[in-house]
Design a protein around this ligand. Structure first.
Ligand code: CA
Length: 233
């Protein structure tokens, strides 16, 4: 029995039904809300493990819902957005959402996003217990206190920017980070050409990380949105 409790916030009945049927079939526990106000109430009263949030709600903007929830809760929020809401998706991630699904989505995509988030939750719990300054993900090891990163025990020769990027991604493993979030963290601002530079640094970092071509992917590109470090089994 899967004990993860999921709150589905969706006003579109057929989409809500697809989600509840899928979650039921995979032994998730779930709650539903059809508007923003109900969603905020459900989060505060039932403390779900994950929130699936439609951005286009009848009573308020999904981004407002995220901002309200983030004032007291770090619950992972996965946005459900229509393609026409692409810029809203980036705004929602910057407001504190963790991930997104674009409509129309498949049942497999939904389950995959939930697994990514569950792994992140599990990893976060482990971190809290050990309060470790060393991050381990597959063959990758980042020693934050020493300021070094290793792949299969061999030190990676990273430039200061590449190392900063790696730390930022690893500290947010499982979470999609937007271009704006990353550039602001690395350079303290987010100008047009920062995103172009970011693309270059990310390419060289990935080359070093994925050099052994054993098909392990650590960094995922989200076109037009940003990047995410995947939690490797
Ligand atoms: Ca809607």
């Amino acid at each position: 029995m899967n004990k993860t409790l999921i709150l589905i916030v969706e006003d579109d009945r057929p989409v809500q039904n697809l989600m509840t049927t899928t979650l039921k079939a995979h032994d998730y526990r779930y709650l539903t809300a059809a508007n923003g106000e109900a969603a905020i109430l459900e989060v505060s009263s039932h403390n779900p493990d994950i929130v699936l949030l439609d951005l286009g709600l009848p009573d308020m903007d999904g981004i407002e819902v995220i901002k309200k929830i983030r004032t007291w809760s770090n619950v992972p929020i996965i946005i459900i957005s229509a393609r026409s809401e692409d810029s809203d998706k980036v705004e929602a991630l910057d407001a504190g959402a963790d991930d997104y699904l674009t409509k129309p989505f498949s049942v497999e995509e939904l389950l995959a996003r939930l697994r990514v988030t569950e792994r992140r939750l599990a990893a976060g719990q482990g971190e809290q217990q050990t309060a470790s300054s060393v991050f381990v993900n597959g063959k990758l090891r980042v020693d934050y206190s020493a300021g070094c990163a290793y792949l299969e025990g061999e030190e990676l020769h990273l430039t200061p920017i590449e190392y900063k990027l790696l730390c930022l991604l690893s500290k947010n493993v499982g979470k999609v980070l937007t271009h704006t979030f990353i550039t602001q963290n690395i350079w303290g601002h987010s100008w047009e050409n920062d995103v172009a530079s970011l693309r270059v640094f990310m390419a060289t970092l990935r080359k070093k990380l994925e050099q052994n071509s054993d098909s392990v992917q650590y960094i995922q590109t989200h076109v037009g949105v940003g990047y995410r470090m995947l939690k490797v089994e």
